[in-house]
Design a protein around this ligand. Structure first.
Ligand SMILES: Cc1ncc(COP(=O)(O)O)c(C=O)c1O
Length: 396
């Protein structure tokens, strides 16, 4: 038989899948394992949002909608972006899609020609890397360290730019690092992108989960010359505990939004109508529940940060947003733990699950092979027990 698509075959299976499969198998066998892999809130979707979805079904709002989403939702997106981030968009600049990941895919498809280089600061969310390749682009990593707060410097960004550079992906707050670029750092990035005529995909899906009362600065708010070259990616999955509803959105200059819409019209037709009505309620309704979730995440963040840094041989820097902590394994590399010589985070994650009964995400696929990611989107009880297990595991 003829070969499958070379592009499709080049896509790497997620490095987290092997751990996840093993975790689920152990759970099914009744083994008391604790998982810190989830990239989603452990909270349920708030009641008023669920009711809006149920109402939509009862009112037969169950047909195809416009490709870019219902007018009511695009208006709700504009109001929320204005209120929360101080940025002005019109509904014709909003493209609603089946999750922010799908918007990212459409955005990359819209911007990339074969061979275009895409700058990706590492550690990065694993899907960016694969999505760039699927779209025909060439990922160009910028390696950042914990000492720099996982934020790229001006020199690093300038050095990464070539004649082939088309765009930069900027994830703020970041998955997996939890780090946040402040306004000054964003201005530096913005200036360079304008100077070199680069597009930017600004993924701000975690903007509602920022701690220590830090202000959040949207990249787009920096000026019209930035807004005109940026596709802003956002969605309801993380802040509103709506991962399964699959609603994300992009905000972009109208000509870009139109091309994205054409692309989506032939691939999905439209996102789920029922989910769109629930998202209208999420963005327009009472926001108090959202703040309660944010506070719970902040408490967990404080605990995990304090506790992890008291455990010998591992450390993490203090996440400023999102719900992930990056645990550094440098001091464990080359050591034998549980009968295994630890060469990278894949080895650690496997033996920690098998022997320590804790599932964490190895960051080899995230451009950070000596780190594992702990998601603190789980109960305090699990977090406490998970760190107790880490302490015992490393002590042995
Ligand atoms: C940085 C980032 N962007 C986008 C997404 C995708 O979100 P959605 O569930 O809306 O597709 C995720 C989910 O993990 C994420 O971490």
């Amino acid at each position: 038989m003829k070969a499958l698509s070379a592009v499709a075959e080049a896509v790497q299976a997620s490095t987290t899948l092997a751990i996840d499969a093993m975790y689920k198998k152990m759970q099914a066998e009744g083994i008391n394992v604790i998982g810190f892999g989830a990239g989603e809130p452990d909270f349920n979707t708030p009641e008023h949002i669920k009711e809006a979805g149920i109402r939509a079904i009862c009112e037969n709002k169950t047909r195809y909608t416009q490709t870019v989403g219902i007018q009511e939702l695009r208006e709700a997106v504009c109001r929320r972006l204005q209120e929360d981030c101080g940025i002005a968009y019109q509904p014709n600049q909003i493209v609603v899609s089946s999750g922010a990941k799908h918007n990212l895919y459409a955005a990359l498809r819209t911007l990339i020609n074969p061979g275009d280089e895409v700058i990706l600061p590492a550690p990065y969310w694993v899907s960016y890397y694969e999505l760039i390749k699927i779209a025909g682009g060439v990922p160009v990593e910028i390696q950042t360290t914990a000492e720099q707060g996982f934020k790229m410097s001006e020199a690093q960004l300038r050095n990464a730019i070539t004649a082939k550079t088309k765009l930069l992906i900027l994830n703020n707050p970041s998955n997996p690092t939890g780090m946040i670029y402040d306004e000054e750092a964003l201005r530096m990035v913005a200036q360079i992108c304008v100077e070199h005529d680069l597009y930017v995909i600004a993924d701000e899906i975690y903007y509602g989960l920022v701690y220590d009362q830090k202000p959040f600065c949207s990249f787009v708010s920096l000026g019209e010359n930035i807004k005109e070259r940026t596709i802003l990616i956002n969605g309801v999955s993380k802040s509103y505990a709506m991962t399964g509803w699959r609603i994300g959105y992009a905000a972009a200059p109208e000509p870009i939004a139109k091309v994205m819409a054409n692309y989506l019209s032939h691939t999905t037709s439209a996102p789920s109508s029922v989910s769109q009505w629930a998202a209208v309620e999420a963005l327009s309704g009472d926001q108090a529940g959202i703040e309660a979730m944010r506070q719970a995440f902040e408490e967990r963040r404080n605990y995990i940060y304090e506790r992890m840094n008291q455990i010998p041989l591992v450390s993490c820097i203090k996440p400023e947003g999102a719900f992930y902590a990056m645990m550094n394994l440098d001091q464990l590399i080359g050591k034998t733990i549980g009968g295994v010589v630890i060469q990278n985070s894949d080895d650690f994650a496997q033996v920690f699950l098998e022997k320590g009964l804790v599932a964490v995400v190895p960051c080899t696929g995230f451009g950070a092979p000596n780190y594992v990611r702990w998601s603190y989107a789980t109960s305090m009880q699990n977090i406490t027990e998970g760190l107790d297990r880490l302490e015992r595991f490393l002590a042995e």
